[in-house]
Design a protein around this ligand. Sequence first.
Ligand code: MLT
Length: 210
Amino acid sequence: MTAAPPGFVHRFEPAAVEAGSRRTLLLLHGTGGNEHDLLGLGAALDPAAARLSPRGRVLERGMPRFFRRLAEGVFDLEDLRLRTGELGNFVRAASREYRLDRDQIYAVGFSNGANIAGSLLLTEPGLLRGAVLFRAMVPFEPSRPGGLEGKRVLLSEGRVDPIVPMAQAERLAALFRRAGAEVTLDWRPGGHRLEEADVEAARRWLNPSP
Ligand code: MLT
């Protein structure tokens, strides 16, 4: 467990520079997860990339999250705004501390982690190169979405997800497209749980063959 740069308890694993990788995966866990949870997923998606994995700073009945919610799928928007700002500051501080290439940071988030990654994309469109969002919802509706031209977003959603209805996932894809992003909306047959096929599709999306 690493404590510096300040703000978030996190794990950092450097990129395999000898393999020529400049990419960092910002790994954002789901509700009740922690900074260790998605390291294996990150390694499966891109073994050469650096992994930066913070633990959410909000506790819901002892379970770490990245922002508060009022009920399942009902977000505390003021807290979301605050926590998104904190996460953005952490990414900038970590980039300096670990000398990351600021143009090569991809968020990889699951559920609550995907939702704050979506919020980060919409709030600070310059911060990330792209994002892989598993089981993501619309975090908030910006009045004028924009600034995501040249950014790539993969949404990996479940057709029978009891937390993220299909219409909500489609609304999120439309929102990112309106903001200028190149969006892939990928459907799995199952629910909220991550499947092997999610990982395989995301791996191919991140590393398209020439
Ligand atoms: C959220 O709160 O971000 C969503 O409801 C997903 C979750 O349960 O974490």
